[in-house]
Design a protein around this ligand. Structure first.
Ligand code: FAD
Length: 389
């Protein structure tokens, strides 16, 4: 236990969540990895246990706990080795729901946040488009106001929970000429006419559903606008800091899982009359990897703590994701090597871990985009400010 950030209550929560995952989730993971569909009952169980409401207000059924409960939630999800299952859960709880909680008005929060916390409604966040994900300001989806409705046209892609979610948080241009300043955020019910979703096949994250979504004259009431019209871009950028820290934390946790598993394997596997944990080449590589992961973890905890105090950690969260995902990929690649041929087998955890980890430097802002942000801040003195709601 790192007592600088975690209390005994935190550790009790970690223990009970870990037990819950082992009992309720792990027995189903292989099936969900194959079908790409996470059954509804587990969403409801997460809701019943309060896991979707850790950081949300009690008024809507949340627990209003500090950020380190969220850190534990993310870390333990990585340690059951299904990046797809973890992504489905945290994309709902922290991508879609963050927008609902921060930009939704009372009526939206009563309707969607409460049902999201209880696990009755699943959400997804629709920003990336087939024409480009990195260039958020260049998005083409439009929402045109007509009387008391907005009419949405366009398409989104690579959307986590894009097929099975009940509502969609959608970014669209309300004033395309203004580019980034003409973007707004909406909440859209899945069963609204004109929405169609196609499931995508992918390298990893196989338990999660990832979709391309088309919006064909989708009419929604003006009351489904979240926050102010034209403020969508700053809202998205603001929450990206949290998403990037989440992905940094996920990365150090899955690297730690790889190291723990590999060490156990090294102590049992024999070659040349000794266990392989006695070979210096492996020992030193292991020591290097463990040092890097420890550094990333400490950095990520310190950023989480600053975020909890309200510091706007754009640069640090970008650094967290950039480096932690790189370290995780390298560690997992090397750990697979330590297992020899078994590392390549689906019966051993490293194969899935390797393909799931590869998404780290891509989703939620690629490493190249993160380097751009960090360079602009460090070299050009650019400052980013949070969007005032
Ligand atoms: C499994 C999965 C789940 C996802 N879930 C979601 C989700 O729930 N919601 C959502 O909105 N999106 C989601 N995404 C989309 C993800 O965020 C995008 O894939 C990512 O932002 C990159 O966008 P792109 O794929 O269009 O790549 P592009 O933007 O086309 O980039 C292609 C390449 O060019 C590089 N590049 C682009 N611009 C620059 C530049 N200025 N300088 C240097 N290099 C540059 C990129 O780094 C990349 O290497 C998901 C993606 C995947 C694969």
């Amino acid at each position: 236990m790192n007592s600088r950030y975690f209390t005994e209550e935190h550790e009790l929560f970690r223990k009970s969540f870990r037990e819950f995952l082992q009992k309720e989730v792990v027995p189903h993971i292989d099936k969900w990895e194959k079908t790409g569909t996470i059954e509804r009952f587990i969403w409801e169980k997460f809701g019943e246990m309060g896991y979707f409401g850790l950081n949300y207000p009690e008024q809507y059924g949340g627990l209003d706990l500090d950020i380190f409960y969220t850190v534990i939630f993310l870390e333990e999800l990585q340690k059951i080795n299904s990046g797809g299952f973890a992504a489905a859960m945290w994309a709902h709880a922290y991508l879609a729901m963050t927008h609902v909680a921060k930009e939704g008005d009372e009526a939206i929060k009563e309707k969607y946040l409460t049902a999201s916390i209880s696990g009755e409604k699943i959400g997804c966040l629709c920003i990336s488009e087939p024409s480009g994900g990195s260039d958020v300001a260049g998005m083409r989806t439009t929402a045109v106001k007509k009387g008391d409705k907005y009419v949405i046209n366009g398409s989104k892609t690579f959307i986590t929970n894009g097929v099975y979610s009940d509502y969609l948080v959608v970014a669209a241009k309300t004033n395309p000429e203004l580019k980034a300043k003409g973007m707004s955020i909406f909440i859209v019910d899945r069963d609204t006419p004109g929405i169609s979703a196609t499931k995508l096949d992918k390298l990893g994250w196989r338990a999660s559903d990832t979709a391309e979504i088309a919006f064909d004259n989708v009419e929604i009431p003006v009351s489904n606008l979240m926050g102010e019209e034209g403020k969508g871009f700053p809202y998205i950028m603001q929450h990206f800091a949290f998403e990037r820290l989440i992905m940094g934390i996920n990365a150090h946790a899955r690297a730690e899982f790889a190291l723990d598993y590999t060490l156990q394997y090294m102590k049992e596997r024999e070659a040349f009359g000794t266990t392989i944990d006695k070979f210096q080449a492996l020992r030193h590589t292991y020591a290097d990897m463990a040092s890097e992961v420890e550094m990333a973890k400490e950095f990520n905890y310190s950023i989480a703590e600053r975020m909890h105090r309200g510091v706007y950690v754009v640069k640090e969260a970008s650094m967290s994701k950039l480096l932690s995902t790189k370290i995780a990929d390298e560690v997992i690649y090397k750990c697979l090597q330590f297992l020899g041929g078994y590392g390549y087998m689906e019966d051993y955890p490293l194969a899935r871990l390797l393909r799931d980890s590869r998404l780290g430097p891509i989703g939620g802002g690629t490493s190249e985009i993160l380097r751009e942000i960090i360079a602009k801040m460090l070299i050009d003195g650019k400052e980013y400010k949070p969007a005032a709601k």
